[in-house]
Design a binder for this molecule. Structure first.
Ligand code: SAM
Ligand code: SF4
Ligand code: SF4
Length: 313
């Protein structure tokens, strides 16, 4: 039986006040396809109808939308677990207080791409480290559960232990994800793409570091089964539903569009086995000692398998 949608991302805008080198959605300008407040509420109704568990509001930068409070409050009132990913630069004490009133149990993910300005700002731009840290602290002061979102790339992988220490000092959880060359990330692939040894380094350090920090490590680093299309999907700014945001420029893998069909129909008629690369589908190691790594990445590259995870390399 098809599992319920566990974690659904909704990209409510592509507008952004940052211009990060790795940004998979090329964020910057507002899209003309962006949903209105009313339309977003209808999508939330559809997610509830489909028995979704968690709604992760992403962008672009979600705090640039004036209706962010209304959106979060609506999802919360409908019983969804609510999460928002943000660069935190706009999170003043007043904004945080308003968010807390709108959605008291909101979890916040704050993106930090390095423990020091020199690293973080290579990816996110000059002056962004202090702004992000200030916003992150405002979230904590307002009583939110905060997780630092750290995307491992070639420039920052060595700093993973410092990220754990920083999370410990700040009292946040730490989520460790892997760079995927999509959008602006594809343009900056040579600078940012980690190697297999870099991912192994991160995995080893995360396994051996002892701390009280709540750690969440993405499957594409620990080598577990990718959740794309199985328990997870992303709704893009124009309503396209993809198995994960990294499939955004791969129309052959689109699941449907919620402007044409309900999310329930799209989700429950989908078979995620289409995502398994051919080379992995016929591999004797698949589903025993290897789980094929990042499915989006494996379809983006020539050989059609994730060489950072592949057990046959
Ligand atoms: C697209 S951003 C939107 C929310 C907000 N603007 C922020 O930066 O947190 C959501 C998350 O995706 C991550 N991300 C962006 N491009 C990526 C890529 N090419 N590979 C992996 N993660 C990426 C960001 O670092 C961030 O943690
Ligand atoms: S990663 Fe987030 S902050 Fe950076 S450009 Fe993309 S949407 Fe904006
Ligand atoms: S990634 Fe490599 S080892 Fe893993 S299933 Fe695919 S071909 Fe086999």
């Amino acid at each position: 039986m098809r599992p319920r949608p566990k974690n659904i991302e909704f990209e409510i805008t592509t507008a952004c006040n940052y211009n990060c080198l790795h940004c998979y959605c090329n964020a910057g300008k507002k899209s003309r396809y962006e949903f209105s407040t009313k339309e977003i509420k209808l999508v939330i109704d559809q997610l509830v109808e489909a028995d979704a568990e968690l709604l992760d509001i992403v962008g672009g930068e979600p705090l640039l939308r004036q209706d962010i409070y209304e959106v979060l409050s609506y999802g919360y009132s409908k019983g969804l677990k609510m999460l928002m990913n943000t660069n935190a630069s706009l999170a003043t004490p007043e904004v945080c207080e308003k968010l807390k009133r709108a959605c008291p149990e909101l979890s916040i993910g704050v993106s930090l791409d390095g423990p020091i300005p020199e690293i973080h700002e290579k990816i996110r731009g000059k002056g962004t480290f202090e702004k992000t840290l200030a916003g992150l602290k405002n979230f904590i002061l307002a009583g939110f559960d905060v997780t630092i979102l750290f995307v491992v790339n070639r420039l920052n992988y060595k700093y993973v232990e410092d990220m754990i220490t920083l999370a410990q000092d700040l009292g946040t959880a730490l989520y460790v994800d892997r760079f995927v060359p999509v959008g602006r990330g594809l343009l900056n692939k040579d600078l940012l793409m980690p190697e297999r040894t870099h991912v192994e380094f991160v995995r080893d350090r995360l396994n051996s570091y002892s701390s009280d920090v709540e750690l969440h490590i993405e499957e594409n680093i620990i080598g577990e089964k990718c959740t794309a299309g199985r328990t997870h999907a992303s709704i893009l700014v124009d309503g396209t539903v993809v198995p994960c945001g990294h499939f955004r420029y791969s129309p052959e893998f689109y699941m449907g569009n919620i402007r044409e069909k309900s999310f329930k129909e799209i989700w429950y008629s989908y078979n995620p086995s289409v995502l398994l690369p051919n080379v992995c589908a016929s591999c004797e190691l698949y589903d025993t000692s290897c789980y094929a790594g990042c499915l989006a990445y494996s379809h983006l590259i020539f050989d059609g398998k994730d060489e950072l995870i592949c057990q046959k390399v």
